[in-house]
Design a protein around this ligand. Structure first.
Ligand code: C2E
Ligand code: MG
Ligand code: MG
Ligand code: MG
Length: 282
């Protein structure tokens, strides 16, 4: 009976695994086509000053406009693209387009908003990465000081000297670097202290229940206090409720990002957003 069950279990996993595998093969081919045909687009989400609600920068977030399946979110294709290496081509496109969009927005009379671009670990570690950044800055004319790259802690914790050299080179060039999803991995602030970064973005998982979960609230407070000691700004992601905004104001968090202010929107809607989003309520 146990043996029988064991076999069924195996069978079941086998089917599951192979259908997952063929889905991956299919998606890989479709991603190839998407890269060739230019099926990606960018949405932008504002990041606001905690105290004033002033829009300080935007984060570029990629979407895949699939010809039949509609809009596909990055959570569904970025991990695979990272595995297959396709993220390198996608990431290059994202960087170029984000700077180009921001330059255009400014040229058309809009603000010169600093833009944050997510960089995948594979893209960051590639030998040509710095040259790629340089080329994008040159061809778009977008100032380095208004470009911020978001990397996850894993990129830095892999601890290679080369990753750290790249960070220093970016900093010398004037490009800002933020640590994304901070707290979801294992990096310590003590380690971050040695790195030329300007910001940490607190992972959404600490924010969603901050008003009910004392442990998360304590971690958030600790990160903010220590980050400020190290001269780093702190962004809290995933702010959905006024209570969370109030809580983070009280903790002296510098910047906020979340659906409470705005969802990620296409460039043409970004231009229409007010320069100050819902004023903080005390
Ligand atoms: P991330 O960089 O941490 O981006 C923040 C994610 O949180 C975005 O999801 C955003 O839409 C979502 N978000 C923002 N505010 C709220 C909120 O109040 N509530 C909730 N529930 N969610 C909120 P999105 O756009 O689906 O992107 C998911 C992840 O995919 C990103 O997480 C990032 O890791 C990755 N990603 C997105 N675009 C790119 C890209 O161009 N390159 C790379 N390498 N990764 C990307
Ligand atoms: Mg990000
Ligand atoms: Mg993030
Ligand atoms: Mg996140």
């Amino acid at each position: 009976e146990a043996k029988q069950q064991g076999r069924n279990t195996w069978q079941w996993y086998g089917d599951e695994a192979s259908s997952l595998m063929s889905e991956h093969v299919e998606m890989r081919l479709e991603l190839q086509e998407a890269i060739r045909e230019g099926q990606f687009l960018l949405h932008y989400q504002p990041i606001v000053d905690t105290r004033t609600g002033e829009v300080r920068s935007v984060e570029a977030l990629v979407r895949w406009q699939h010809p039949e399946k509609g809009m596909i979110s990055p959570g569904l294709f970025i991990p695979l693209a990272e595995q297959t290496g396709q993220i390198v081509a996608i990431g290059r496109w994202v960087l170029q387009r984000a700077c180009q969009d921001m330059a255009r927005l400014h040229a058309e009379g809009g603000p010169a908003l600093p833009v944050a671009v997510n960089i995948s670990p594979l893209q960051f570690r590639r030998a040509g990465f710095l040259a790629q950044v340089e080329q994008v800055l040159e061809t778009t004319g977008w100032p380095a000081e208004r470009l911020e790259l978001e990397v996850t802690e894993g990129v830095l914790m892999s601890g290679t000297d080369r990753a750290i050299e790249v960070l220093h080179a970016l900093r010398r060039r004037g490009v800002q670097v933020a640590i994304d999803d901070f707290g979801s991995g294992f990096s310590s602030l003590r380690y971050l202290r040695q790195l030329p970064i300007s910001k940490v973005k607190l992972d959404r998982s600490f924010i969603h229940d901050i008003t009910h979960n004392g442990d998360n609230a304590a971690i958030v407070q600790g990160v903010i206090t220590m980050a400020h000691h190290l001269g780093l700004k702190v962004v809290a992601e995933g702010i959905e409720a006024p209570e969370q905004q109030r809580d983070l104001m009280g903790r002296d968090c510098d910047l906020l990002q979340g659906f409470l202010f705005s969802r990620p929107v296409p460039l043409d809607r970004l231009a229409g957003l007010p320069t100050h989003l819902p004023a903080p309520r005390a």
